[in-house]
Write a protein that binds this ligand. Sequence first.
Ligand SMILES: Nc1ncnc2c1ncn2[C@@H]1O[C@H](COP(=O)(O)OP(=O)(O)OP(=O)(O)O)[C@@H](O)[C@H]1O
Ligand SMILES: [Mg+2]
Length: 322
Amino acid sequence: MPLLEIKNLKLDFIAGSRNLRAVDDVSITIDSGETVCLVGESGCGKSVTALSIARLVPSPPAKYVGGEILLNGKDVLKMSKNEVRDIRGGVVSYIFQDPSASLNPVFRVGSQIKESLKLHRPEKATDAEVIRLLKLVGIPAPESRIKDYPHQMSGGMQQRVMIAMALASEPKLLVADEPTTALDVTIQAQILELLLDLKKRMGMSILLITHNLGIVGDIADRLAVMYAGQVVEMAPALDLLRRPLHPYTKALMNSVPKLNGTAERLTAIPGNVPSLGNFPIGCRFYPRCPSAAAHPECANTMPELIEVEPKRWVRCLYSKDL
Ligand SMILES: Nc1ncnc2c1ncn2[C@@H]1O[C@H](COP(=O)(O)OP(=O)(O)OP(=O)(O)O)[C@@H](O)[C@H]1O
Ligand SMILES: [Mg+2]
């Protein structure tokens, strides 16, 4: 049984009398020990999908209108409030882009990690365990750093503390939503390196959300590409990066800086992600698709997500021909 099985998830935001669908029939599985990266432009529904796993999207305005989120076989959408509270920060831990949103400025970092331990592993709420966690995330001289306040640490160090807090519960699934976007490039690489190392040492599963296709090859086992609330392509990471099949994935990859020294210009994808409630009736990428002129029927036909090759899922009628 996979650790997580999101099946045909549908989530609406209720805006007055309108139901705006933000997640539309999304299915993603994550095996134990597996790292799945969710990529796509801003507003495609990556965070809402990820937050749904622990029912963290505020409801209202959100409403789960269909599907299942099976965590160890049990549907999170049918759990009681108490059961959901137990999985939050327990089986499933989150780290976000901005450490200052998760760390409390008036408490020392050591005591914040200890609080996290008290909640989930009270028998381990000791200085020794806090120091072990800080060591695990690569904080030098943790014995003295536990007394620091967050503002005494650099952004990269704060991010490491946040990861230590997320690890305090020994989660089965770590959800990292753009964990490095606010950091400079060198620190970004170090944090990703750390995640990779933790994954190997602790055997947990990771759902990593990022805009940046340039970094995912090193860490992801599988990639899911989202566009306008739907998964449009899903495949083993290296297969997808070597040979993307959906025109949206190809366009995203063309907008990644290449490190081969050629002065190629980056192509931004023309146009914008359609806003909620304004999705085209056919293929949602149609208005921006470079092959649209050759396939006018795509304007009216919504393609299904189909397994076109073993383990390769694509939502495009012509992925083989483009
Ligand atoms: N609480 C909310 N109320 C109403 N609409 C929301 C809410 N949260 C998200 N949305 C909308 O849902 C859609 C998906 O948002 P989401 O945050 O999942 O995008 P994303 O892919 O994570 O983007 P980004 O890369 O910018 O983080 C967007 O159109 C967003 O405006
Ligand atoms: Mg987001």
